[in-house]
Ligand binder design. Structure first.
Ligand code: AMP
Ligand code: GLY
Length: 433
């Protein structure tokens, strides 16, 4: 970013995570324009939304070339796993996100486990299966609960925790037959069940240097008290009370730095974000999985706390030259609560009008849109499973939680539901850990 000319940035995606990125990028004085492909109803006032699907890689390349985009920032994993970074690189276009070989860390749980074992990262013991008979045999001789993971991408739904052999066998039949997850389920992992509290550790890396973000804690289950099915995440708080920022350095050194070293060993340059989903167990932190992009909704609780300009950092990562050694953060905690369509993570309706959005945003509260669009009358309507994330900064976790729930009360839509206990565990300080 040597020149004084303002830059043009394209953000790929349409979720709450991408809204948060657009929101932060737009605040930079270095930026002339932000485009979002395809974006959502919440981004219209701060970005130019262009109707290009996230998987239309050739369409995105053409757009970036035609508009002389200086940097493309990819939100979701699917285009990264499909090789968007490699295509942009071939065209001489700068992109934030790992190439296809690096993105396998999220794209294949088997690859990810191999990386962890090669790098000596603590993780649950596992076995890989492609045949129903062998997987069944393993289940019959083992003790429940069984953690069954689909190898490929499954939009946050590829982990089944079975509490009996019968439940495990049913899941295995569905996955390996191709019914439940198609090709993503050609291979499965069955791994040891870990008990503890979950923590998300997210870092920027240029393949060499590592710059951690503040911690956060996701709420994966659909309903209060961690009941119901796993989702992409129903809310998040930052920071997590489980660990201090000093502990984070230790965790990053154990859980992420060895992976970067292993990538180098395999001649893979990883530039982008590595997000380690961890279980803090009695035996210490263990890695459950890696993602190669920002967490959603974690980032909606992290970005409102970021004081530093994100744009120079995005450029440095993409160029492979992180020079900063720290970021500046707001000390206030943040709580982000997801409002989802009734029925999510299973079947749900779309098209319900959302009222009351005007006037919710304040200096402390921001509504990030995910599955929203404008209907023909120009009203904001639901258009996906996770629809909004309401983020609030507060003097402490309790205050942030209260502000977020007070803001939610102003938003009216009969088709939406939300958890009423986001942040509760963090406020209690996870006393049972
Ligand atoms: P993953 O996509 O691997 O992060 O898994 C999704 C969720 O499943 C995690 O956030 C955990 O809540 C749960 N999970 C995954 N692996 C395990 C495990 N080995 N033991 C217990 N829970 C797990
Ligand atoms: N919130 C979990 C994820 O982004 O994968």
């Amino acid at each position: 970013m040597q020149s004084k000319r303002k830059v043009k940035i394209l953000v790929v995606g349409s979720g709450g995570r991408e809204h948060a990125l657009v929101w932060k990028i737009r605040q930079s004085e270095l930026v002339e324009v932000v485009y979002a492909a395809p974006g959502n109803a919440g981004m219209h006032t701060i970005a130019e939304c262009v109707p290009i699907d996230v998987m239309d890689i050739e369409g995105l390349v053409k757009f970036a070339k035609d508009r002389s985009i200086d940097l493309t920032v990819v939100g979701p994993e699917a285009p990264l796993v499909a090789g968007i970074a490699d295509r942009f690189q071939q065209e001489g276009l700068l992109l934030f996100g790992p190439n296809k070989s690096g993105a396998q860390l999220e794209g294949s749980k088997v690859f990810s486990k191999n990386m962890m074992n090669a790098a000596g990262v603590p993780t649950a013991k596992h076995e890989v299966f492609t045949e129903v008979a062998q997987a069944k045999e393993y289940i019959i001789k083992s003790e429940p609960p069984f953690v069954i993971k689909v190898d490929g991408l499954a939009a946050g739904k590829g982990v089944i925790i079975a509490h009996s052999a019968a439940e495990g066998i049913e899941a295995i039949n569905g996955i390996l037959s191709g019914h439940s997850f198609g090709d993503a389920g050609k291979r499965i992992i069955i791994e040891e069940y870990l008990e503890g509290e979950e923590l998300s550790a997210i870092v920027f890396t240029d393949g060499e240097n590592v710059l951690p973000l503040v911690t956060s804690q996701d709420h994966k289950r659909a309903y209060d008290h961690d009941e119901g099915p796993n989702t992409g995440g129903m809310g998040a708080v930052s920071p997590s009370p489980l660990v201090s920022q000093d502990d984070v350095a230790v965790i990053v050194n154990k859980a992420i730095v060895p992976i970067i070293r292993e990538f180098k060993h395999r001649a893979i340059t990883f530039r982008g974000v590595i997000y380690a989903g961890l279980m803090i167990t009695k035996k210490g932190p263990m890695v459950l999985e890696y993602n190669v992009r920002f967490g959603d909704p974690e980032i909606q609780a992290i970005i409102p706390r970021l004081r530093s300009d994100i744009v120079p950092l995005l450029f440095e990562v993409a160029l492979g030259e992180i020079t900063m050694d720290s970021l500046s953060w707001d000390a206030r905690p943040c709580t982000a609560i997801v409002m989802a369509s009734k029925g999510y993570p299973n079947e749900y309706e779309k098209g319900a009008v959302i009222e009351g959005l005007e006037g919710v945003n304040t200096s402390e509260v921001t509504v990030f849109h995910a599955g929203t669009k404008f209907n023909q009358e120009g009203k904001v309507v639901t258009n996906g499973g996770r629809v909004l994330a309401v983020s609030a900064l507060g003097d402490n976790l309790k205050d942030a939680q209260q502000k977020a729930y007070q803001a939610i009360e102003k938003i009216k839509c009969d088709d939406l539901f939300f958890r009423t206990d986001i942040g509760e565990k963090a406020i209690r300080g996870c006393e049972h850990v």
